[in-house]
Write a protein that binds this ligand. Structure first.
Ligand SMILES: [Cu+2]
Length: 185
């Protein structure tokens, strides 16, 4: 008589019962957006999308996507500024930087402010930027851009040189071309 492996179905049922997969609780994505408008030029318009997710090690990261039309061709500094106000664009205040260094030295920390991003390059009046930052969060916490007075994007007239010789006038992009208040979706 052929040896029938009757034990196999039982064993596979047992091993399936013993295998308890780790509970992976998918966190709902936190997203935000901003409508971008020119500070004085109504031809400048755009939109920003932000999405917070965690790295494999659990670090909060925020993807930033920006599309802006109507800027002059070339590079433009982009930062998250400290206040959710765009009228006038100066009301957005300085660069978002809630850490202790930013509190004590609001201008001196460039390009290491929490809200410092990278340059946006405009070509034929169209500009897109895709970047990821670990310096801010959308969720509550010490680096949340949704603090008591909110935050806003500022797009500057010139490029961010990242101030290699220390902070000098205009090295972080100079005057302000466009602004957008950041809102949770
Ligand atoms: Cu700025």
């Amino acid at each position: 008589m052929k040896n029938r492996r009757i034990g196999l179905p039982f064993l596979s049922t047992l091993s399936a019962l013993m295998y308890v997969p780790a509970l992976v609780m998918a966190e709902p994505a936190i997203t935000a957006h901003a409508e971008i408008s020119g500070c004085s030029d109504p031809a400048i318009t755009g939109r920003a999308e932000l999405k917070e997710h965690r790295s494999e090690e659990g670090v909060k990261q925020v993807d930033v996507m920006l599309v802006v039309n109507g800027l002059s061709d070339g590079k433009h500094a982009v930062h998250i500024h400290e206040t959710a106000k765009c009228e006038p664009c100066g009301a957005a205040g300085g660069h978002f930087d809630p850490g202790p260094y930013g509190m004590s030295n609001p201008d001196g920390n460039h390009p290491f402010h929490s809200g410092d991003l990278i340059n946006l390059t405009s070509k034929n009046g169209k500009a897109t930027l895709k970047t990821t930052t670990t310096r801010i969060t959308l969720s509550p916490g010490p680096l949340s851009i949704f603090d008591t007075d909110g935050s806003a994007f500022i797009i500057h007239t010139n490029e961010d040189t990242y101030c290699p010789e220390g902070v000098a006038k205009g090295c972080a992009g100079g005057s302000r071309d466009a602004c957008g208040i950041i809102l949770l979706k």
